[in-house]
Write a protein that binds this ligand. Structure first.
Ligand code: ADP
Ligand code: MG
Ligand code: MG
Length: 255
């Protein structure tokens, strides 16, 4: 069993207009096998939380801690975080021209496991996963995310998730830009990967529709840089009906 603890995390970005404080004391603990949904209004800092966990250099931590089984994640480089078992699926995945999906995945797998996977089993696994995600085999030789549609990028991420077997997966708006069929395929992929590896999931989402496919154990409301409420799956239904108005900081407009 693994535990990821986020303790009172405070972080900012530097913009051309000065420092913007985004995370204002975010705390959360997630264990292996748990699925947490992080829901909240646009601009509340959900993606920033995900990026900060992944070690994106733009987001600068002022105070607080992130511990993975007691190890200080904030001291680790993004590579070391991946090696330690953190996986981030971004809201806007980056394109990597000139690096094929298959090379990228094999390199990442080798880096994370500390040894290269056996070619035959690896190729079989890759082929099987792609088939289940209904990805054209041609994607294996295409450059990472280059010219992929929104839905194809999300599938490519779930493919990574299945093959890399992290301890914790942070999924940022995995549902955005997906039609119903793609949403189902992507969700099934996440569920399959979770069944196989029992990792913990932090699922960031603005809308509740993905929660019909990936069932959360715990639902959190995130607003203005921190968690303001935690509940069971019924909290998502409440948010679906009532929106985020009651959780917005005073003086802000709802979206
Ligand atoms: P969410 O994912 O909840 O919609 P974000 O984390 O993307 O929120 O953004 C939170 C706030 O921080 C927003 O006001 C956004 O404009 C701002 N922000 C995020 N990243 C940057 C950045 N790199 N530079 C400037 N402002 C940023
Ligand atoms: Mg947003
Ligand atoms: Mg976001």
């Amino acid at each position: 069993m693994a535990t990821l603890e986020i303790k009172d995390l405070v972080a900012h970005v530097e913009t051309k207009d000065g420092i913007k404080q985004i995370l204002k004391g975010a705390s959360l603990t997630v264990n292996s096998g748990e699925t947490h949904a992080i829901m909240g209004p646009n601009g509340s800092g959900k993606s920033t939380l995900a990026y900060t966990l992944a070690g994106h250099p733009k987001y600068i931590v002022d105070s607080g801690q992130v511990l993975l089984d007691g190890e200080d994640v904030l001291k680790m480089t993004p590579d070391e975080r991946a090696k330690a078992g953190l996986f981030l699926a971004m809201q806007y995945p980056v394109e990597v021209p000139g690096v094929s999906m298959t090379n990228f995945l094999r390199t990442a797998k080798t880096e994370i496991d500390g040894k290269a996977p056996k070619l035959k089993t690896w190729t079989e696994e890759l082929t099987e996963s792609m088939k289940r995600l209904k990805m054209d085999p041609k994607f294996a030789t295409r450059s990472v995310n280059e010219g992929f549609s929104g839905g194809e990028k999300k599938r490519a991420e779930v493919l990574q998730l299945e093959l890399l077997r992290p301890k914790f997966a942070i999924l940022d708006e995995t549902d955005s830009g997906l039609d119903v069929d793609a949403l189902r395929i992507v969700s099934e992929g996440v569920n399959r990967a979770k069944e196989a590896n029992n990792f913990g999931i932090l699922m960031v989402t603005h809308y509740t529709r993905i929660l019909k496919y990936i069932k959360p154990d715990i639902v959190h409301v995130f607003s203005d840089g921190h968690f303001v409420k935690t509940g069971g799956p019924e909290l998502a239904d409440e948010l679906e009906e009532q929106g985020y108005d009651q959780y917005l900081p005073a003086g802000s407009d709802s979206e």
